[in-house]
Design a protein around this ligand. Structure first.
Ligand SMILES: Cc1cc2nc3c(=O)[nH]c(=O)nc-3n(C[C@H](O)[C@H](O)[C@H](O)COP(=O)(O)OP(=O)(O)OC[C@H]3O[C@@H](n4cnc5c(N)ncnc54)[C@H](O)[C@@H]3O)c2cc1C
Length: 406
């Protein structure tokens, strides 16, 4: 990095220090130790958005179709992040996970998930109600459940802090409070509030803003990011009161897993998340980070979806918005385990917002990871769940693709 802060020259520039950007930067520096790698992050600290505010679940990989990138990286991501936590003495709770049928209709959904799990070579066991209760005495099961022994939970912020330490030790520069403002594509330079950065190669991993940045480079045409808010409620119960994660059978028509019970690393548990459509990208609270331009931009995508969605956006939106009212989240969680009452959930956890990509022509949500690029820049556009689990092998795959494009 050249010392003059108004004009910097680097080999690789990564925009956005979430888990995906951090892992890609680390992978690039490992492959090309003599090259300079710079990460710019608009926030004054790391993990302010989804990488620091997610459920912290290392997923096992049985929700995704076998031909997807998610399936390709989830098992390996789970394994490598588990190993990473062990090597870096980061807390990990190997609590496993139950997916439970709540009624006779959901048994078919359970069979479907089991088949997907087998196709993806995931360790997944079909068990009866009695065995499920041996794993988690409070669980409510209609006849059958699936048990995933490899699902575990970590503290996402601690993982992010370890990534930063690793990056700095390798000699990667991280500039906080440095926001990408615009791009000059011909010279592959970007403008930030502190000046210009010229880069041999640019990787855009800007999460909720990745589509906007990609469009400046001529990508993400007809694609837009829709923000969906995930609210969680923390249980007042003591550590150890629930032993394992408990999930419902999801509606696989949309990419969200439904309100579930997550056992956190400290052994306590939280319920959520919701998937409430936001009106602008970082709408964490009612007015937080309000930007009129984003309201109109998001509205242009969401309003047509209400009337002519390629999926049932209207039902999803109305069903999810109702979960702003605490008892509606609690009611969903009470279908999964016994002893769940409104009085036990007084504290909201910091919400996270999913950067979900939608195809504005078909009006469908993209379910798999998606990226576009050329020999000068690459844009990660749909790093939705389980990108936190997958980040290590996904970064390696992305760097292979950069290699082939250069
Ligand atoms: C509620 C919720 C629960 C989830 N649970 C799980 C889970 O249990 N397991 C799992 O595997 N995944 C989970 N996920 C998904 C996971 O968190 C994300 O897939 C992952 O964090 C995406 O990482 P990222 O690096 O792409 O994005 P981010 O973490 O959003 O990082 C992008 C970064 O880019 C920065 N940025 C944006 N614009 C600019 C700009 N103009 N200039 C400079 N920097 C910029 C942002 O400030 C941000 O730090 C969950 C997500 C949510 C929201």
């Amino acid at each position: 990095v050249t010392p003059d802060s108004s004009h910097v020259n680097v080999d690789y520039l990564v925009i956005g220090a979430g888990c995906v950007g951090m892992r890609i930067a680390i992978e690039l520096k490992r492959r090309f130790p003599d090259c300079s790698v710079l990460i710019i992050e608009k926030e004054p600290s790391i993990g302010v958005h989804s990488s620091g505010r997610n459920s912290g679940v290392l997923h096992a990989g049985f929700y995704y179709t076998a031909d997807s990138l998610k399936a390709a990286f989830c098992i390996e991501g789970n394994r490598s992040l588990t190993q990473y936590c062990e090597e870096h003495s980061l807390p990990i709770n190997r609590c496993g996970k139950l997916v439970v049928a709540g009624n006779p209709e959901e048994l078919t959904g359970l069979d479907f998930l089991l088949a997907r799990g087998r196709e993806n070579h995931v360790d997944l066991q079909e068990i009866d109600e009695r065995s499920a209760k041996e794993i988690e005495p409070r669980v409510i099961v209609h006849e059958k459940a699936l048990f995933s022994p490899t699902t575990s939970t970590v503290d996402p912020l601690k993982v992010m802090q370890a990534y930063v330490r690793e990056a700095v030790d390798l000699g990667i520069s991280i500039r906080l409070s440095e926001r990408f403002l615009s791009a000059e594509v011909k010279s592959n330079r970007v403008k930030t509030k502190n000046g210009w950065i010229e880069a041999g190669y640019i990787v855009n991993t800007a999460g909720l803003y990745a589509d906007r940045i990609a469009r400046q480079f001529g990508f993400a045409d007809k694609l837009a990011i829709l923000p969906f808010k995930g609210l969680f409620l923390r249980s007042d119960e003591l550590s150890g009161s629930v032993r394992t994660n408990v999930y419902p059978v999801p509606n696989l028509a949309n990419p969200f897993l439904g309100v579930h019970i997550t056992v956190t690393v400290d052994g306590r548990f939280k319920i959520g998340p919701t998937a409430i459509p936001c009106l602008w990208r970082e709408q964490y609270g009612w007015c937080d980070h309000f930007r009129f331009s984003e309201l109109t931009e998001v509205g242009r995508v969401e309003i047509p979806l209400l009337f002519r969605g390629g999926f049932d956006f209207r039902s999803l939106a109305f069903q999810e918005i109702r979960k702003y009212w605490r008892p509606n989240i609690v009611r969903q969680a009470a279908k999964l385990i016994t002893g769940i009452e409104n009085s036990g959930f007084k504290t909201w956890v910091k919400p996270g917002i999913r950067a979900q990509l939608v195809d504005t022509r078909t009006r469908k949500l993209l379910t798999d990871f998606h990226f576009e690029g050329d020999q000068r820049s690459l844009h990660i556009l749909n790093a939705v769940s389980p990108a936190f689990t997958c980040a290590i092998p996904f970064a390696s795959y992305v760097c292979d693709r950069i290699d082939t494009m250069l």
